[in-house]
Ligand binder design. Structure first.
Ligand code: ATP
Length: 365
């Protein structure tokens, strides 16, 4: 990563009447990053992307790209290009002509255009589809034409609005990797808008989680997943069992929290004092689930009954009802093929739950 940010967003706000779609945000994105803006519907991510492209102007604040203030720079003069969710391909033009269109508008000569179009179509592996029209292509191929068309002008910043939104699940998974490979090859900085957390986790070098026009947390996929700052992020990215509690003991490196399902020691250098209200979270896959039996020596753990089971083939999701009636979600990978169906955990079985102290996430409200 380069030290000078390619994109600087400083105190940017966008209001539509009295409604604040983007609320005073700051962000720096560095050259070569694949950065995702992730959030639910209406959180302001598209509005922010459109401001970067120049299709909307901020109500206040500043957008700087490659050291230059974009306030008075129209979209076509910005070092950006946008790839739209519906791809916006020209239906009457061939693949080749769709990709060449922007270069022709810029007045490049025919030979240069042909070379650039050839290179970029090779990169997206569509060199054999040059003469086809969009309606003769699959969804994934159309997506690659749109990407080629956006990249051929060599923008410094490529803005992608739900780039995989129009593809079905299987194709989306495959295309995520293609998109990452292409981005790595061309080295162009990508800012991707998505509401799909899995997509953001797979694609990005960093993610900004947005809610109500603001960034709730910015970090690498691992930071966001393993160390969510608050309940919103913990629940939005993956899922989490969240328990409310209060601090009953503290030291410089850990605190003891009392909750309705028992007491937990959590490693933290948070400066919390006895009596403070806190939330803790445990991800379903971090919980070990064991069937209770007479021969089993009970270790420290929580006892419960299986209330419901979701079988997904590769994993199963158990809903465990504790004595307090609290339901805890547990995900278990189905690592071995079950030969003896009698041994599987079934509804109404008594089980106990355990997790490693280090798996407990401290969450603010
Ligand atoms: P989605 O994933 O549903 O597209 P989003 O996070 O991209 O959501 P935006 O399109 O940025 O959301 O919209 C943010 C908020 O601003 C929404 O409540 C939307 O209704 C509002 N908004 C967007 N554009 C306008 C506009 N031109 N006039 C008035 N309100 C607008």
């Amino acid at each position: 990563m380069n030290d000078t940010p390619l994109l600087q967003i400083r105190g940017v706000t966008k209001s539509f009447g009295s409604f604040l779609a983007v609320n005073n945000i700051d962000l720096e994105i560095f050259k070569g990053e694949l950065f995702c803006l992730l959030g639910g519907s209406g959180c302001g991510k598209t509005t922010l992307l459109r401001m970067l492209a120049g299709f909307e102007s901020p109500t206040s604040g500043q957008i700087i790209i490659d050291g230059k203030d974009m306030s008075n720079v129209p979209p076509y003069e910005r070092p950006t290009n946008m790839m739209f969710q519906n791809y916006a391909l020209f239906p009457h033009m061939t693949v080749e002509k769709n990709v060449a269109f922007g270069l022709q508008q810029d007045g490049l000569n025919k030979t240069d255009i042909a070379d650039k179009v050839d290179d970029i179509l090779r990169l997206v592996e569509l060199q054999d589809y040059k003469k086809r029209r969009p309606q003769q292509l699959s969804g994934g191929q159309k997506q690659r034409v749109a990407l080629a068309r956006a990249l051929v002008k060599q923008p410094k910043l490529l803005l992608l609005d739900e780039p995989l939104g129009a593809l079905d699940k299987k194709l989306r998974d495959q295309t995520q990797f293609e998109l990452m490979n292409i981005q790595e090859k061309v080295g162009v900085t990508f800012v991707v808008v998505t509401h799909d957390q899995e997509e953001a986790m797979t694609l990005s070098s960093r993610i900004a989680v947005m809610n109500e026009g603001q960034f709730v947390q910015i970090g690498s996929p691992t930071e966001i997943y393993e160390f969510p700052k608050n309940r919103f992020v913990a629940d939005f990215i993956g899922s989490a069992n969240i328990f409310e509690g209060s601090v009953v003991e503290n030291s410089s490196s850990w605190i003891k929290i009392q909750t309705d399902i028992g007491n937990f020691r959590v490693e933290t250098n948070n400066k919390l004092t006895v009596g403070d209200k806190v939330f803790i979270g445990v991800r379903p896959e971090k919980i070990k689930l064991t069937k209770l039996s007479s021969t089993l020596t009970k270790k420290d753990g929580l006892i419960g009954v299986i209330d419901d089971i979701g079988y997904f083939g590769n994993s199963s999701r158990y809903k465990v009802k504790l004595k307090s009636n609290r339901i805890v979600d547990v995900t278990v990978p189905n690592q071995v093929r079950l030969k003896d169906l009698e041994k599987q955990i079934s509804e109404k079985d008594e089980v106990y739950l355990e997790w490693d102290t280090s798996s407990v996430m401290m969450l603010s409200k």
